[in-house]
Write a protein that binds this ligand. Structure first.
Ligand code: UDP
Length: 235
């Protein structure tokens, strides 16, 4: 496989499938099966999952909830998604550990870097819940941070489009896919791959990002096999 240790970022919205809110069980099982294919090839897989399907902190003020409180709610929601994904992975026979950036010992382990690395070495999928554990960050930032901490080879950003385009392919039919670009090119073209905090962490630590379509069957496996899938952003 092309990479030995990967950090897979999945948005909360992706878990909704065709629904408007919450978790689509079909999508969950589909993701678990796709992840299993690469785990079976002894790829070490860590996952950061978002919570856009349940709660986002930045919208909390409309509900009369302040931002820090809202962000904590968002982080807790990522643990709910993490638990769902953990169950789905276990359902297809993959060993997993859920680690949280906010301590909740009855539910999951606290994030301890050395322990996370040990789990990965034992071929357990490690799901990082509760983002960075801090408000005012996103799960994209958590993905970059955890990837650097565990010394991952790459951040795989699973989306519903198959890479980065010259324009939004869902709106502009003339948009073309960019197979590869540098961090500097992405910045100068103002391409929104991740939020700036997340992107800068990757750039400064020379951690490549691959944006790819996680919903296409076998795509993750093909990407890992070295096929030209998605868009690679690197130095
Ligand atoms: N969040 C946070 N700190 C973090 C990660 C996430 O406060 O380190 C909160 C924030 O409120 C965010 C929510 O958790 O809106 C869900 O994460 P995100 O919006 O990144 O989810 P995604 O868009 O990937 O579904």
């Amino acid at each position: 496989m092309k990479y030995k240790r990967v950090l897979l970022k999945l948005s909360g919205e992706a878990l909704m499938g065709e629904q408007q809110y919450g978790i689509d069980p079909t999508r969950l099982v589909q993701y678990a099966q796709e992840i299993k294919k690469v785990v079976d090839q002894e790829v070490e897989v860590a996952i950061v999952i978002g919570a856009g399907n349940i709660f986002r902190g930045m919208h909390s003020d409309k509900m009369g909830i302040d931002r820090v409180q809202g962000d904590h709610m968002g982080m807790l929601a990522t643990v709910i998604n993490g638990m769902a994904l953990q169950s789905a992975l276990e359902g297809v026979g993959v060993y997993t550990r859920l680690m949280s950036g906010i301590q909740m010992d009855q539910v999951c382990e606290p994030f301890i870097r050395r322990r996370a690395v040990r789990h990965l070495e034992k071929n357990r999928v490690v799901i990082f819940g509760a983002g960075t554990g801090n408000p005012y960050f996103t799960t994209d930032s958590a993905a970059s941070l955890r990837a650097i901490e565990i010394d991952a080879d790459v951040v795989l950003k699973g989306t519903r489009v198959d890479g980065i385009y010259t324009a939004d392919p869902e709106k502009d039919p003339t948009a073309t896919k960019i197979p590869q670009l540098s961090f500097d090119e992405a910045l100068s073209k103002n391409l929104k791959i991740m939020d700036l905090t997340a992107f800068t962490l990757c750039k400064e630590n020379n951690l490549p990002i691959v944006v790819f379509d996680m919903n296409k069957p076998n795509n993750l496996f093909e990407l890992m096999s070295g096929e030209p899938i998605g868009t690679v952003v690197s130095e």
